[in-house]
Design a protein around this ligand. Structure first.
Ligand SMILES: NC(=O)c1ccc[n+]([C@@H]2O[C@H](COP(=O)([O-])OP(=O)(O)OC[C@H]3O[C@@H](n4cnc5c(N)ncnc54)[C@H](O)[C@@H]3O)[C@@H](O)[C@H]2O)c1
Length: 511
């Protein structure tokens, strides 16, 4: 991170002094700088002259005393409070009295670092994201002791470097990690509880949640040891058990399976990952299914449209349900859905799969009402215009029925994933708690809507920010899903936050 930050500063035209512990480390740092700027030259984004100028602006040293003339010092040593305090004591001694001292910590308290120095008013956090030359977000952290001018100067400097500063207070995880890691840990718990497989959760969040990568791919990339460290730091402050690192994560770390950097974490990087898509393709082959749709409304229309696109026959009259491979109940509410599916269950052939879409609690309740629960699965399209189909098997679903449902979904051009019969299936169960956390942050005044959205888009590569997501998905839907999750788990943090229920009552979006 130190080399990346030095590059960003030098590219911005500033003179930089880089300090390392010894000559070897210094050479490694020089190597990072040369490789990174060299890559930019190869891609035609930087001329050789410009590269030479950038490298010429960085003086490398092992002497802290060489920092004596600096206006700003950014510390990026390993994430240990004792080490950071030692480094800051040294900086305090050698730097000018008016110099601002910043830490790039991801999860330690900036205040804890500040109070160990003789100049707490000049200590800020500047949290760059990895890789620093690429990622546009920089969280600027002000403690209660920081003087406003020091924060303003650092934020201004960050802007001058072409980055987007988001200025927030000193809370564990700041904005981006606080929101991201609760979600990542919940995905790990979901896997551990057997709710769904690693591959299905990752697929659900990319295909259905629109994210650039799934939670297990991302945790492997971050490093599972780092994930546990960040979660521990957030838990120490939040005391929210959702931040208590999943035992599965700890077990992997203890076993030395830290993710990409050790060749294995949730995934094994020595083996090819090509197999998964091959099976998905072969599942999509075969005769087009005949689909019965009972119920009317936008979801019924969306399912009929996707059947049309796939060239599958749709039957929507009760008299013609015999011979259907799949009968989907797509009523607007669960009460109507129950009655419709029970009637359809009588009319459908013995080999038909019956799919419930309108469960507002568990699928099993609807399934029992049909009189043939062995043939019933839950079906959820988190985005009716998208291609993900979540299929939930209940304890009463017969072996093989969910497989048949997944096969039919694949032949309809959908990407099927499987899970157990729990509120929110996969996508909604993971995204709405994250969105609720973002609304809580907004409601508590920790950060404004623009800052929260910028943190997730520019810091984590999300296509859209959580506040925008809430308005797009609908606050009433968010409240309904969160209430179902809360009713099922009694987890206090899953109850919709007052800001959401207030906006729903007022009929107003968050923005
Ligand atoms: N890696 C990331 O994705 C990431 C992202 C954002 C923030 N951070 C934060 O940045 C900091 C550094 O992380 P990293 O991943 O670059 O760590 P790293 O271990 O890769 O690098 C730390 C460097 O600090 C040097 N160092 C150790 N003690 C020193 C001392 N006393 N004086 C000078 N240099 C010293 C080490 O030689 C090493 O080169 C941490 O606080 C981390 O939380 C990391």
């Amino acid at each position: 991170m130190g080399a990346g930050i030095a590059e960003v500063l030098a590219r911005g035209g500033l003179s930089v002094v880089g300090v390392e512990v010894n000559e070897d480390a210094l050479e490694r740092g020089r190597g990072h700088l040369e490789t990174s700027t060299g890559r930019a030259v190869k891609r035609g984004r930087l001329t050789e002259d410009a590269q030479r100028e950038i490298l010429g602006r960085v003086a490398l040293t092992t002497e802290f005393a060489d920092l004596g003339d600096c206006d700003l010092v950014i510390e990026a040593v390993p994430e240990r409070l004792d080490l950071k305090r030692t480094v800051f004591a040294e900086l305090d001694r050698v730097c000018r009295d008016d110099a601002v001292l910043a830490t790039n910590t991801s999860s330690l308290s900036v205040t804890d670092i500040a109070v160990g120095t003789g100049r707490p008013s000049k200590i800020v956090g500047v949290h760059f994201f990895n890789p620093a030359p690429v990622m546009k977000l920089v969280e600027v952290i002000a403690t209660v002791l920081t003087e406003p001018d020091a924060v303003a100067r650092v934020a201004e400097l960050v802007k001058g470097l072409g980055k987007t500063p988001v200025t927030v207070g000193d809370r564990a995880g700041f904005v981006a990690n606080r929101l991201l890691f609760g979600y990542l840990n919940q995905a790990a718990s979901m896997l551990e509880s057997g709710h769904a497989t690693r591959d299905d959760i990752d697929t659900a969040m990319t295909v259905g949640g629109g994210l650039p990568m799934g939670p297990f791919t991302l945790m492997d990339l971050i490093g599972l040891d780092t994930c546990v460290e960040v979660l521990d730091a957030i838990y120490a402050e939040s005391r929210d058990r959702r931040h208590a690192a999943s035992p599965l994560l700890r077990e992997l770390v203890t076993a030395g399976l830290l993710g990409r950097k050790t060749g294995r974490g949730f995934y094994d990087y020595d083996r090819s990952a090509a197999g998964a898509s091959e099976t998905a393709e072969s599942a999509a082959d075969g005769p087009k299914p005949v689909v019965g749709i009972v119920g009317v409304g936008p979801l019924a229309d969306a399912i009929a449209a996707l059947c049309d696109r796939a060239g599958a026959e749709v039957r929507d009259s009760a008299a013609r349900l015999a011979g259907c491979d799949l009968v989907v109940e797509a009523a607007e509410d669960a009460e109507a859905g129950r009655a419709l599916l029970s009637a359809a269950a009588q009319a459908a052939g013995p080999d038909a799969v019956l799919a419930v879409t309108s469960a507002d609690g568990q699928v099993i309740e609807q399934a029992m009402a049909t009189g043939r629960p062995a043939d019933v699965v839950g079906l959820h399209l988190p985005d009716p215009a998208g291609t993900l189909a979540e299929i939930a098997a209940t304890v009463a679903t017969a072996p093989g029925v969910a497989d048949r449902a997944a096969g039919i979904a694949a032949r309809l051009g959908l990407t099927p994933v499987r899970c157990r019969d729990r509120a929110g299936f996969i996508v909604d169960a993971l995204r709405f708690p994250y969105l609720n956390d973002a609304a809580a942050m907004l409601g508590a005044g920790y950060a404004d809507a623009d800052s929260i959205d910028a943190a997730m888009t520019l810091g984590c590569g999300y296509p859209t920010g959580p506040i925008a997501d809430l308005d797009r998905l609908g606050l009433d839907r968010a409240v309904a899903v969160l209430r179902a999750l809360h009713a099922e788990t009694r987890e206090p943090a899953l109850a919709p936050v007052p800001l959401l229920t207030e906006h729903v009552a007022a009929g107003r979006p968050l923005r």
